[in-house]
Design a protein around this ligand. Structure first.
Ligand SMILES: Nc1ncnc2c1ncn2[C@@H]1O[C@H](COP(=O)(O)OP(=O)(O)O)[C@@H](O)[C@H]1O
Ligand SMILES: [Mg+2]
Length: 249
């Protein structure tokens, strides 16, 4: 089966510094794939490079077998691959109503039937049409992240790149948003690549994962093995200890 996303020997260099150093991952269709590692290990850079937001200096990225050229991305790419960031404050324009925020991607991609699609998107993320004419600042953090998810889903992508999508949220809200993501993944047969510093989140949400350090992959694991503590590297073990509540004493 052709991988939904195949990254091969990918490097991103900033002023001689390898933020990403020859990283390779294969993500199957419908799979949820995790990226973990300490801060600065290159997780966001990997997602950003796929999205065309980081300068690639070596290696290849393929989506459904098709190689992407340089950092240029077509409109079709952004319809197929959507990104959700940690901070919904940063990604939602404060002066735009939720309606406008959801209309924008539809307009960009020339997708009609906006009334129905916006209503459906708001329903899908558990907000409902009552939220349509509110502004981001009138929403809680969890509600804002639901809007960010609706905004990603409204163009009907097949791959979501999720960069710490619930890290800014309180634990109970985080669980709700993770459940929502899991639900939409199943309903829409989506492929996820999810960054989290919380190993509990990754073992819950992902089937396989890689552990990153200094821009490189140090270990490849199934979520099952991670949960069972079957890890090879001390670095991974240290991450487990550092991830609150992951290792029970
Ligand atoms: N635009 C940039 N310019 C210079 N250095 C960068 C840039 N983006 C990321 N880096 C560096 O690359 C490394 C990896 O960053 P990042 O991918 O954000 O790590 P993570 O998401 O794992 O915390 C860090 O050392 C960071 O400072
Ligand atoms: Mg990051």
């Amino acid at each position: 089966m052709t991988a939904a996303l195949a990254v091969d020997g990918l490097s991103v260099v900033y002023d001689g510094y390898y933020a990403l150093d020859a990283v390779s991952i294969d993500v199957n269709r419908g799979e949820s794939f995790g990226l973990v590692g300490e801060s600065g290990s290159g997780k966001s850079t990997l997602l950003r490079a796929v999205a065309g937001l980081a300068p690639v200096s070596g290696g290849t990225i393929r989506i459904d077998g098709e190689t992407l050229k340089g950092s240029k991305r077509t409109k079709a790419f952004y319809r197929q691959v959507q990104m959700v960031f940690q901070d919904p404050y940063g990604s939602l324009h404060p002066r735009q109503t939720i309606d406008r925020l959801l209309l924008e991607p539809l307009a960009i991609h020339g997708i009609g039937d906006s009334e129905t699609r916006i209503a459906r998107a708001l329903d899908e993320v558990g907000l409902g049409t009552g939220f349509r004419f509110r502004y981001p600042h009138q929403l809680s953090g969890g509600q804002r992240q639901r809007v960010a998810i609706a905004r990603a889903l409204i163009v009907e992508p097949s791959i979501l790149l999720l960069d710490e999508p619930t890290s800014a949220l309180d634990a109970s809200v985080q669980a709700e948003v993770l459940n929502l993501l899991e639900q939409v993944r199943r309903d829409r047969h989506l492929t996820f690549v999810m960054v989290s510093h919380d190993l509990g989140v990754v073992t819950h949400m992902c089937e396989r994962l890689v552990v990153m350090q200094n821009g490189a992959i140090v270990e490849r694991l199934s979520a099952k093995d991670l949960a069972a503590g079957k890890v090879e590297e001390d670095y991974t073990r240290n991450l487990m200890v550092a991830s609150k509540g992951f290792v029970r004493d």
